[in-house]
Write a protein of this length. Structure first.
Lengths: 282, 282
């Protein structure tokens, strides 16, 4: 039986009671509209913790003007039934005004890893992410929190925040889950028309090409990025926003690849913004 | 016996052991060079918690260029002996590189209450304060933390941060401690020459005058500020930086006083910057 809790005070009481019984707590933060990617995090959280909390909160402050906050897909009933079937203990689903008062004025800023890639086109996005994740950590006091590697930059920004602010939570990254044809699962995939869905396949194809080239010995970041661009160019109606080969940990620029790197990209298919990545050389 | 701990990992082990025994933990964050003001916080912390931790950390990121970071007064031996006599459990005194790695890139920004008063002349100061206080909270996981009301704006910035980020710590404000002649205790008072020390008395005198006027029925913020300015003008060699009458909770501007206000001031006596305040109408 999954308990649905909407109030900070109530979920705090629930968690504090469990913790006083010596139980460990795991958190899977989500914006809902759950897919198998989310559920892989949930499964892992259930395995590794006594109590599993999934948060569902479409965080307004991580959306910029003109972004898709208002049309972000929602289906709490379906989400709840998935979590119920999985055996999740709590769905924490606060309203926006439970998380942010009108006079809210405190933000968490990560100022290095947030800067490149998605940081360029989404100013303020990672500030919103850091702020809400820290709030969720402070409310739910999890021992472990689970983040998908599809949002690779988000994962590394949160790792840095946790390190820098001494946040007492262990961040556990979980691998990207893909459709059989390679498309990385995303709640935003529902926006795609049939044509866009077909073109979107070139995202994972381009990353596979980069991986093959890397495995074949290519160590030039420029050559890999160039290869990704050329494969993306085959996808009709795709508008790449960036393709970057960066240090896998701090997202600093890389020329000759000597350690782990991430090949990360953001692309528009029609009006839908999609991201994907692959880590090489781990 | 006060344990001196310099490492984050070690103090975490100590605290986690005490917490697992069901003990409550109180924190008094300081920059050292302790005086009776600090010790009043320590006494209260000892009374209200099973374990009392005093942190001593001169936080580099809350000092601006040209401020007194390098000459900030330090005497850890004397501080330790005072804490020892008081019965404090732990002195947490990390080096700067234990708190900040070279690649540190995450900061906590409070963007409303930090803005006026000291925020005007000390850009980045409260960002530094919020960041270090949140770090100390995350390392030491106190139930309660004690802050002096002399740093009134700091107290309200921290209250706001704690509220906005759902920090699970209870902030306890403690009254200003003054010398017999009225001078508010401050580690920076050691900088004062004999003449400056004499002039500095006009800070508390000016606030007493404001309080008397308020008690006599004056409800114009402008009139009170004007009165404070006129008393400060009597102190030879004093250069007021600001005198403000503000809402006591959110430091917003006030014209006609209808609720609690703080009369706050910052003044230079020679090259030493002093602050003081009084709360009226509580």
């Amino acid at each position: 039986m999954t308990l649905v809790i909407r109030s900070v005070d109530e979920v705090r009481r629930f968690i504090s009671e469990r913790r006083s019984q010596g139980k460990t707590v795991g958190l899977v933060p989500t914006m809902g509209y759950l897919h198998r990617g989310h559920m892989s995090l949930v499964e892992r959280c259930l395995e590794e913790n006594d109590v599993t909390v999934v948060s569902l909160f479409v965080n307004p402050i991580q959306f910029g003007p003109g972004e898709d906050l208002d049309r972000y897909p929602r289906d709490e009933e379906r989400d709840l039934s998935l979590l119920q079937d999985a055996g999740v203990d709590v769905l924490f689903a606060p309203e926006a005004d439970e998380m942010y008062r009108p006079s809210h004025s405190t933000y968490v800023d990560e100022a290095a890893i947030s800067f490149p890639l998605c940081g360029g086109s989404r100013p303020g996005h990672f500030r919103g992410v850091c702020t809400v994740v820290l709030k969720l950590f402070n409310v739910l006091l999890p021992d472990r929190a689970y983040f998908g590697m599809k949002d690779y930059q988000q994962l590394q920004v949160i790792n840095r925040m946790v390190r820098d602010l001494n946040v007492p939570v262990e961040v556990r990254p979980c691998p990207i889950v893909r459709e059989a044809d390679g498309l990385a699962l995303s709640s935003r995939n529902v926006y795609l028309s049939e044509d866009e869905r077909r073109s979107a396949l070139f995202l994972s194809k381009s990353l596979s090409a980069a991986k093959d080239a890397f495995d074949g010995g290519e160590r030039s970041a420029f050559a890999l990025a160039d290869l990704v661009w050329s494969v993306l160019a085959e996808g009709e109606g795709l508008t790449p926003e960036y393709v970057e080969v960066r240090d896998a940990a701090d997202l600093s620029e890389v020329a000759d690849i000597t350690g782990p790197v991430v090949v990360a990209l953001a692309v528009r298919a029609g009006s839908t913004r999609l991201i994907d990545n692959v880590v090489l050389g781990e």
